[in-house]
Design a protein around this ligand. Structure first.
Ligand code: ADP
Ligand code: MG
Length: 617
């Protein structure tokens, strides 16, 4: 290639550029951080390449980053001797948004203008931030491969870019930034020094400004906790995870046995998955004595911890090991296990000591903890302590955990009880709570569809069985004094029950008098396990509401003290067809209360028939 070739930016790229340049960062200086971070990445890649490749261009160049300012020319130059780029790489890396999430990025920006700044780093649009402050940018680059050539990429950040040959380039990349007049502060040595000091403290390569070295290379995670200032932790987190906000929580943890570990783990403020855009990827970088082994080791932490950020350093990891062998090494698994256990312990401590922060965590990352409880047998029991639910023992909106629940359990209560419903009100107005409350039993109120599934997977906690309160496994003692009203006599109850069972034989498996009914006339109870009420709701949740799950028969409980049941008893003798309609209607109501009424159309049809009868008379 001798002549310059020109290229248009893709429409998408233009759009992103437009947003980045015009609205994204209020804090313009951040482009320096982005470029230093890219330079540092390029040096890191070279270091890794050196492990396996012999024939590297400019082998003796130091791995360092140099910044130069030219006040009078309003220029800032950032140079690294890293891996460099070929023409193809230039086009791909700087000409398109290589990240597959770019479309989602655009969508997210449109939908959520407020949180723009949180998004930028996560979608890899970092380089473009340079166009916030510049009229034109030249990227001189030369790949590490002997057969490559020197190139110059140039753009003003609007329509497109050009690439031409540039002789005399050394390995790596040199970015020459022609600053806009209003941003000429970034061509001043003192200003740049201040910025670099702030952001380069965590770069593992020397950084200099106008020939003077400004950073001390320092692995913050290897220092002792008492020497580290809060701001240092915060800046490190922001630098390392590309986040503009401070982290929500942090665990700085060291151990000597069974493995030598120094780790610094962070929980971000926000769960990006919750915004429904993309899946978090584990980004806890693996180091061995400060040297980066893998920035995103795939199997270090379990899936449900994919929101974690930070660094793990262990001198037990062999330095010269390929990523592939690393992935399935026993060592990595062990390291992951020790850290995961420690991190869960940390969360449990936080829950006790910093409740408000923990609840903030729960609010963002609760779904991932639930995922862990339901899918990860190894940590299930410890994770279960982290679960939080609403409960009849606390006010609306307040949450409680299983350990506290057990502490409060009534002496005669055997199981941990929960009820699922769309919201607290709908559970409270259902027929199941009354009997439990009359006995002083606390009930956890589950309102997320996944909660019931989580409880079913957990099955027990601290040797206490966990049961849905509408399950027939729950046996309740009689409570005569609480129940008011005259009961139908035994003979009448038997006759009525038999009649209902016969009349509703396609819909009910059994009819019985329920110990759980106090003020309600009827309810249904399900058998736990397959086919039970709880299992049906879970199937509905997983298959979606459109799917037809064949209705299974339920146990129908009637309250022989209730006036409606008295009424039905008489109606059965007087006007059987109407009595059948009423019995069906009662069952419909009971099913609706249990969130088991799949298709309201049949019920509506029946209720019209009933109304017709009443209004005709
Ligand atoms: P990210 O760093 O998140 O990948 P950027 O927009 O900051 O996104 O950079 C885009 C890509 O351009 C990088 O992934 C890298 O491949 C390439 N790149 C940027 N700066 C350099 C550099 N100094 N040396 C080599 N490659 C670079
Ligand atoms: Mg970058």
């Amino acid at each position: 290639m001798t002549q310059a070739t020109t290229h248009e930016f893709k429409a998408e790229t233009k759009q992103v550029l437009d947003i980045v340049v015009n609205s994204l960062y209020k804090d313009k200086e951040i482009f320096v951080r982005e470029l230093i971070s890219n330079a540092s990445d390029a040096l890191e890649k070279l270091r890794r390449t050196q492990l396996t490749e012999k024939n590297i261009l400019d082998e003796n160049l130091d791995l360092e980053i140099n910044l130069n300012t030219d006040d009078s020319a309003k220029q800032l130059i950032i140079q690294d001797f890293g891996i460099g780029m070929t023409e193809e790489e230039l086009k791909k890396n700087l000409g398109t948004i290589a990240h597959s999430g770019s479309k989602e990025f655009l969508e997210a920006l449109k939908n959520d203008g407020e949180k723009n700044e949180a998004l930028i780093g996560k979608f890899g649009v970092g380089f473009y931030s340079v166009f916030m402050v510049s009229d034109s940018v030249k990227v001189y680059t030369r790949t590490w491969q002997q057969k490559g050539e020197g190139l110059c990429w140039e753009s003003d950040g609007s329509g497109g870019y050009s690439i031409e040959k540039a002789d005399g380039q050394r390995r790596g990349t040199k970015i020459v930034i022609q600053l806009k007049d209003e941003f000429d502060e970034f061509a001043k040595e003192d200003r740049i020094k201040d910025i670099v000091k702030k952001y380069s403290a965590f770069v593992q390569f020397p950084v200099s400004v106008n020939g003077e070295k400004v950073n001390t290379i320092d692995a913050i995670w290897l220092r002792s906790k008492s020497d580290i200032k809060e701001e240092e932790y915060e800046e490190f987190y922001k630098f390392q995870s590309n986040d503009y906000e401070a982290p929500l929580m942090r665990l700085h943890f060291s151990a000597d046995a069974p493995l030598e570990i120094n780790s610094l783990l962070f929980v971000p403020k926000r769960n990006m998955e919750k915004m429904g855009m993309f899946r978090n990827e584990n980004k806890v970088a693996l180091h061995c004595r400060k040297v980066l082994i893998d920035a995103e080791p795939k199997s270090l932490f379990p899936e449900w911890l994919r929101f974690l950020r930070g660094v793990v350093d262990s001198s037990d990891i062999p330095l010269n090991v390929s990523r592939e062998t690393m992935q399935d090494s026993e060592l990595l698994r062990k390291l992951g296990q020790v850290l995961t256990k420690r991190f869960i312990k940390f969360l449990n401590e936080q829950a006790k000591k910093q409740e408000a922060t923990y609840l903030e965590f729960w609010n963002e990352f609760g779904p991932l903890i639930k995922e862990g409880v339901a899918t990860d047998f190894t940590y299930k029991d410890d994770l279960a302590k982290l679960l939080r639910f609403q409960s009849t023992a606390s006010d609306d909106g307040k949450l409680t955990g299983l350990e506290d629940y057990i502490d409060r359990m009534a002496t005669d209560q055997k199981e941990i009880l929960f009820l699922y419903g769309k919201n607290r009100k709908s559970i409270e107005s259902g027929p199941y709570l009354e009997a439990l409350q009359a006995r002083g039993y606390e009930v956890l109120l589950l309102t997320e569809p996944v909660d019931e599934y989580v409880m079913q997977s957990l099955r027990e906690f601290k040797e206490k069985k966990i049961l849905s309160a509408d399950s027939d496994e729950l046996k309740l003692e009689k409570l005569d004094e609480q129940q008011s009203g005259e009961s139908l006599d035994k003979k009448a109850v038997n006759k009525l029950s038999k009649w209902i069972k016969e009349s509703l034989k396609d819909r009910v498996s059994e009819v019985e008098t329920g110990e759980r009914l106090i003020n309600s006339p009827v309810c249904v109870v399900g058998e736990d396990g397959m086919g039970g009420a709880s299992a049906r709701r879970i199937m509905k949740m997983m298959q979606g509401p459109e799917e037809d799950i064949p209705a299974s028969k339920v146990k129908f409980q009637i309250n022989p003290r209730h006036s409606i049941i008295h009424g039905l008893n008489k109606l059965m003798e007087k006007d059987e067809p109407t009595a059948i309609l009423v019995a069906n209607q009662l069952l419909d109501n009971a099913l609706a209360s249990a969130n088991l009424l799949d298709d309201p159309r049949e019920m509506i049809e029946r209720s019209y028939q009933t109304l017709e009868k009443i209004t005709a008379d």
